[in-house]
Design a protein around this ligand. Structure first.
Ligand code: ZN
Length: 429
């Protein structure tokens, strides 16, 4: 076994921890992205405005999605794009339209399950609520409780002696959090959240609210070489892509670097802010047209465009090594993984492999290979969707983590920086 790299650049990982903490929902994540891009000189443009073709950095926000791009000085209409793709959403418990419920003297909140969480990981945690409130005038307000508000209490072992032989959770009955005592009344939860946000509850006409674990990210292990945090899948990639774009943006680049971070990956990407939607294609095409390009120019640009789609992957698990392919064992702090699946669950092919390897080689970043064991169904991500929808050569990469889709995941503390370095190199090359 080769020695593991020791980069010890924890400034990037410290910033990732701050990013994750400030981003309990996809809506907050794109705000965190925007804050970092503004510092790098990017400006927000509205989809409803007419766009100009000036050089410099721009970004579009739509719900929980963001697309940002930087036009170098000499960019022509047919100049190709270099795209980093990622997703902003994570599995969790989300508030139902009529949230106020209760049982046996407990106040509870009705929740729906979003994506494929490890349900057991949501038990007995101090949970906050965050998301957006929609107001009567059509505007939205981001909110996040600053203290734990909810808990999904597990049944005591004395009342379920078989629980350690296998926990079974009924998704409707066993996951409704408690948030106090007393009788539930319609309007309680939203009224409370509105007042906490300094709003008149009467003005709140809609909401998109979800739970998050309140425990802050932490370094773990003898050498503090691990990072435990919620939503590493996939805020780790969103953060790395943002850092890479901000650092790569330069007037002399030969390509147009792009960050595309989508919502709704965890349930198939089919929404106006998901990778199946038109957002990325619209931005790329409009950017070509804004520089005076034609339909022909936009097709030429896309034909030479490449996307690196970054999403979390599986590090080899010490207690379940047999679940992984025996000759592909991604290790934490071994560098980013290149994901391959011949059945196109990942979009990587030999050409894409070469592109990513070159990007890593340029900056001395090691990379590893991930492939599923033949006995396990392979996961997927936005890579194949982006590839198929836009006809863009796409490479699937990521950082290997443990406990994927747990309320709290685990990665190597050096890998986020290694990924960001590789992505920056890709955007510049
Ligand atoms: Zn993911």
């Amino acid at each position: 076994m080769s020695p593991q790299p020791r980069f010890f650049d924890r400034k990037h990982t410290d910033d990732l921890a701050a990013f994750v903490e400030a981003s309990p929902t996809a809506y907050h994540a794109v705000r965190s992205v925007a804050e970092r891009l503004e510092k790098a000189g990017f400006r927000q443009v509205a989809e409803t405005d007419a766009w100009d073709g000036e050089s410099g950095g721009s970004y579009v926000l739509r719900g929980g999605a963001v697309v940002a791009w930087y036009v170098p000085r000499g960019a022509r209409p047919e100049t190709p794009f270099r795209i980093v793709g990622a997703h902003t959403d994570s599995p969790n418990l989300r508030v139902k339209p009529r949230p106020d419920m209760g049982s046996a003297g407990w106040r509870q909140v009705a929740v729906e399950i979003y994506g494929g969480p490890l349900l057991n990981s949501w038990l007995d945690r101090d949970l906050g609520l965050a998301g957006r409130l929609t107001l009567r005038d059509g505007s939205t307000r981001l909110i996040a409780t600053e203290r734990p508000l909810l808990r999904v209490p597990q049944l005591a072992i004395h009342l379920d002696r078989q629980v350690n032989e296998g926990l079974t959770l009924d998704k409707q009955r066993h996951l409704q959090p408690v948030w106090g005592l007393g009788d539930a009344a319609d309007g309680d939860l939203i009224g409370y959240l509105a007042e906490e946000a300094g709003l008149d509850p009467e003005d709140v006409v809609g909401w998109d609210l979800m739970t998050h674990d309140m425990q802050p990210p932490a370094y773990l292990g003898r050498d503090k070489d691990l990072l435990a945090a919620p939503r590493l899948d996939n805020l780790l990639s969103v953060h790395a892509g943002t850092a890479a774009l901000a650092a790569a943006a330069h007037p002399d680049l030969p390509y147009i670097p792009v960050l595309a971070a989508f919502d709704h990956e965890e349930n198939g990407s089919e929404s106006d802010t998901g990778a199946q939607g038109p957002l990325l294609g619209n931005v790329l095409t409009r950017s070509v047209h804004a520089r005076g390009g034609s339909y022909e120019d936009s097709r030429r640009a896309l034909a030479a465009t490449v996307c690196v789609s970054s999403d979390s992957g599986h590090a080899v698990h010490p207690n379940y090594a047999e679940r992984h392919d025996p000759t592909h064992h991604p290790r934490a702090n071994g560098g980013p993984i290149l994901k391959t699946n011949v059945n196109q669950r990942y979009a990587t092919d030999g050409t894409g492999r070469g592109l990513f390897a070159a990007a890593c080689d340029r900056v001395g970043v090691p990379f590893q290979h991930f492939v599923s064991s033949n006995a396990m169904p392979c996961g997927t991500t936005i890579g194949p969707i982006t590839s198929a929808r836009h006809g863009i050569t796409t490479v699937d990469v990521g950082v290997p983590i443990l406990s994927m889709h747990s309320a709290r995941e685990l990665c190597g503390a050096d890998d986020p920086h290694l990924l960001a370095s590789a992505l920056k190199s890709f955007l510049e090359q």
